[in-house]
Structure formats: structure tokens, C-alpha cells
Design a protein around this ligand. Structure first.
Ligand code: F6P
Length: 373
């Protein structure tokens, strides 16, 4: 095996709390334990394509453990294996049907790594970013992958950093709207991120004592939700808290789409279901209802202590994997153990979703929470 002397690290996809603590752990372990050189690739695959590399020293990761976001910046629309073609003016080149056209520019990324003398690249990202990571590994790049998603929906790993921070923020959101609900006898709907997975809403909903939890995994019947709120009212409870996933589906299986980002590998952005649910409940129940969308507030800010520890574990385990020459793998948390799984096994797996008959849902139902089913 070629000796590892110089590594690169990059962050792709949406940011989340915990990325900086991972970068810190990788840089400190690589330099302090192994005396490696470390390079940061800025703006994810965009920077890999354009050779936007910076040297990372211990001083660059000082004081970043408390910071949200990523000091390396990120991009969620630069798949080098399917890169939108642009003309000389930077405009997208479209086919006769008006659709974007694509080309494979991944060789440029490989060349840039070789030119910079990089022996291994650490890729932090979710589904899309890690799919490209696997494809670079197939091209012979020494890839070490670190899973990143606040949605906590990646297969083979129990918890990802950023999730704990996100659910803490969402729980605080539920706690805060509670006072208005109580003071004004209102139905307060809080829309929580998570794309097609209801983990954040389920955890925050339980922690925030929501009366109703609506998840993508359990299609809801709005009439059943209204009945539950009316029954609570009849029993003297004058307000209700509804934790609603942005990906919640009504019985017809439809989700509410906020926008479509044509140039993104994952173009659908969900959003707006909270307002739809609030309007419907106002009519059906006859109480005033308000919706709050937490949005990116859940992704930002100071990582919790739990996430800082988890991020440090991911970063350290990633460097150890690299020094063993165990490439093409993703670091994973399984139970209490940090372990590693082949990217070939991870990619293409179904996302990890809430089990409608699992322990958490069963427990919440036993305590009177309505899931609209
Ligand atoms: O996957 C993380 C996530 O925050 C989802 O929960 C959310 O649906 C999506 O990203 C939002 O993406 P963007 O930042 O592109 O709007």
C-alpha cells in the first residue's frame, strides 16, 4: 500500500451542525497523531472540479467545535458524473425539449487530486454526495466517507451528527409555540424538516409532548386528526400541538412541494404542508390554527454536546480507517460501536425510515398521540 502522507477533506450537500467538529477531529488526528498534511477542498465537488484547495493546519480548526455550518463551504448541485453543460456565457445548454444536458467531468476531479498529491480524500455528505464518493472510489480514488444528514435516514448507521442538534431545536420550537397555544386556545402546527423520513418529527414530537405527530411513513386522515383534537377539547384541553413532517402525506399519498431546483441532483424541496394542515384543522375543528415552519433554523447554530462528541468520533474513526488503508468505506455508528461499511453496500439502499409499528410510534400511541391513521 502506498504510504499516506497527504489527505484532503470536503463537505457536500446541505450543511448541518457537527460538520466543523468532524473537520476539526480529522485535522487534529491526522496532524497530531500521524503527522499528515491536510488540504481542504472548498465548496464540495464544485471545488474539486475547479481545484479550489486550501491547506488546513491546526490553527484553522481552532474554535470551530462550537460553530454550525462548514468552514469548507458546501454545494448540493455539483455532481461531476452528471454535470450540467453550460455555454460560453454560463447559461445552461438545453436539448430540444428544453431539458438540461449533462456531461461526465469526473476525470477533472481525479486529475486535480493527483496534481495536488492527495493520497486519500475524506468526503462528508449524504446520499447524493456519497454516491459520487462511491463512483470516485470506483475510479481508483482512495475515498473515506463520513455520513452527514440531519434527517438521520442513511442506511447502515444508527445516528448521524446534526440530528441531535436539529431535534433539540425542533423540540424548543414546539415548547415555544405551546405558550401561544395555551394563551389563545389555538391549534399550533409546527412543520419540521426531514424530507421523506419522519425521524426528526417523531423525536421532537415525543420530546415536545405533541398531541398529533404527522410523518411521511404514516399517511394521515385529516378527519381523524380533527376528531382527536375535538375529543381533547371536549375533555377540557383547549389547545393542541401538532408536529408535522415537511414530508407528511395525506391519504392520497401526496406531499406538498415548495419548489423544484432543476439543477440539483435531488430537485424536490418540500414545504408548506404545515399551513395546509392548519387551514384544514381550523375549518374542521372550529378553533383558530397557526402554522410555523422551522426550516433551516434546525440545521444551523451551535452543535449540542452530544453532536460534538459524535462528530469527533466520526472524524477520528475516519482517519484510523484511512491509515489502515481501508478505502471505499463509510464510517458508521452501529449500536455503541464506530465501524465501517463498504460504499458499494450503502449506496442504492433504501433510506432508513420510521417503522410505523416500531417502538417509538407504539409508545407514543399508547400515551395518546394521534398519528392520523
Ligand atoms: O436533507 C437535509 C434537509 O435539511 C432536509 O431536511 C430538507 O428537506 C432539505 O435538506 C432542504 O434542502 P435545501 O437546504 O436545499 O432547501
Amino acid at each position: 500500500m502506498k504510504e499516506i502522507r497527504k489527505i484532503a477533506i470536503m463537505t457536500g450537500g446541505g450543511d448541518c451542525s457537527g460538520l466543523n467538529p468532524v473537520i476539526r477531529a480529522v485535522v487534529r488526528t491526522a496532524i497530531m497523531k500521524y503527522g499528515l498534511e491536510v488540504v481542504g477542498i472548498r465548496h464540495g465537488y464544485h471545488g474539486l472540479y475547479h481545484g479550489d484547495f486550501v491547506k488546513l493546519g491546526l490553527e484553522d480548526v481552532e474554535e470551530i467545535i462550537t460553530k454550525g455550518g462548514t468552514i469548507l463551504y458546501s454545494s448540493n448541485k455539483d455532481n461531476l458524473f452528471q454535470y450540467p453543460v453550460r455555454d460560453a456565457n454560463g447559461e445552461f445548454v438545453r436539448d430540444e425539449n428544453g431539458k438540461l444536458t449533462y456531461e461526465d467531468v469526473s476525470d477533472v476531479g481525479v486529475e486535480n487530486l493527483n496534481k495536488a498529491g492527495i493520497d486519500a480524500v475524506f468526503i462528508l455528505g449524504g446520499d447524493g454526495t456519497l454516491t459520487s464518493g462511491r463512483d470516485f472510489a470506483r475510479k481508483g480514488v482512495n475515498v473515506i466517507a463520513i455520513p452527514k444528514t440531519i434527517d438521520n435516514d442513511l442506511a447502515f448507521t444508527d445516528f448521524t451528527f446534526g440530528f441531535d442538534t436539529a431535534i433539540s431545536v425542533a423540540t424548543e420550537g414546539l415548547d415555544r409555540v405551546r405558550t401561544t397555544g395555551m394563551s389563545h386556545h389555538r391549534i399550533m402546527v409546527v412543520e419540521i424538516m426531514g424530507r421523506g423520513a419522519g425521524w426528526m418529527t417523531l423525536h421532537a414530537g415525543i420530546a415536545g409532548a405533541a398531541d398529533v405527530i404527522l410523518l411521511p411513513e404514516i399517511p394521515y386522515d385529516i378527519n381523524k386528526v380533527a376528531e382527536k383534537i375535538k375529543a381533547d377539547k371536549a375533555n377540557g384541553k383547549e389547545f393542541s400541538i401538532v408536529a408535522c413532517s415537511e414530508g407528511a402525506k395525506s391519504l392520497d399519498g401526496k406531499q406538498v412541494i415548495l419548489k423544484v431546483r432543476e439543477d440539483s441532483p435531488d430537485p424536490i424541496r418540500l414545504g408548506g404542508v404545515g399551513s395546509v394542515v392548519a387551514d384544514q384543522l381550523e375549518k374542521l375543528v372550529g378553533s383558530e390554527a397557526r402554522a410555523t415552519t422551522l426550516g433551516h433554523i434546525q440545521r444551523g447554530g451551535v452543535p449540542t454536546a452530544h453532536d460534538r462528541v459524535l462528530s469527533s468520533r466520526y472524524g477520528y474513526a475516519a482517519v484510523e480507517l484511512c491509515m489502515k488503508g481501508d478505502f471505499g468505506k463509510m464510517v458508521a455508528l452501529q449500536g455503541e460501536q464506530m465501524t465501517a461499511v463498504s460504499l458499494e453496500d450503502v449506496i442504492g439502499q433504501k433510506t432508513k425510515n420510521v417503522d410505523p409499528n416500531g417502538e417509538l410510534v407504539t409508545m407514543a400511541k399508547a400515551m395518546g398521540v394521534c398519528f392520523g391513521d
